[in-house]
Design a protein around this ligand. Structure first.
Ligand code: AMP
Length: 172
């Protein structure tokens, strides 16, 4: 089944800019059995730990993280791009290829010692996930792991997430 997930991912060349091969996951989302299988596999990355909160990263991470949270019967927490969260937030900046971006987390989104599983669709350079990890570490989260549907291993993003456990379903 990971093979059918892999073959459903559409490579879009030069999107959103020249030189990027964008991994389009919408064909997986549009296929009921494949979407379910993706969620099944992500749910197997908890390391057997009881999860209090599944944390998703804006925006495609929300799709997977919220479904995983529902399946595990636990809460969902969004890490959002700057300016979207209404309550008191913590924020951190991280480097993009050109310039920087800011992500935010509600201050009360995770209580100290709560067990979290961080989920996003894709690990590229690891900057986005590392920023989310920093915010969650500041709140005292206990990491069960960080899980991705897709990992672009040639970008070595995993090295930015040490010492946390990183799981990916499909590696390129
Ligand atoms: P990074 O911070 O470099 O690990 O980038 C990860 C974020 O950017 C994820 O939230 C992805 O959704 C998105 N992203 C980066 N590269 C790609 C790609 N080649 N295809 C699809 N999404 C990507």
């Amino acid at each position: 089944m990971p093979d059918s997930l892999r073959s459903a991912i559409r490579d879009v060349v030069d999107f959103p800019k020249p030189g990027i091969v964008f991994k389009d996951i919408t064909p997986i989302l549009a296929n009921g059995p494949l979407f379910r299988r993706a969620i099944d596999l992500l749910c197997e990355t908890t390391g057997g730990r009881k999860i209090d909160k599944v944390v998703g990263i804006d925006a495609r991470g929300f799709i997977f993280a919220s479904a995983v949270a529902d399946r595990l019967g636990c809460g969902f927490v969004p890490v959002r791009k700057k300016g979207k969260l209404p309550w008191k937030t913590r924020q951190t900046a991280y480097a993009l290829e050109y310039g920087e971006a800011i992500v935010e987390l509600h201050e009360d989104a995770v209580k100290p010692g709560e067990t979290v599983l961080l989920v996003d669709d894709l690990l590229a350079t690891g900057g986005t996930a590392a920023a989310a990890v920093k915010l969650l570490d500041e709140l005292g989260a206990d990491f069960a792991g960080i899980s991705f549907l897709i990992e672009l291993s040639f970008l070595a993003g995993r090295s930015k997430l040490a010492p946390h456990t990183v799981n990916s379903i499909l590696t390129y």
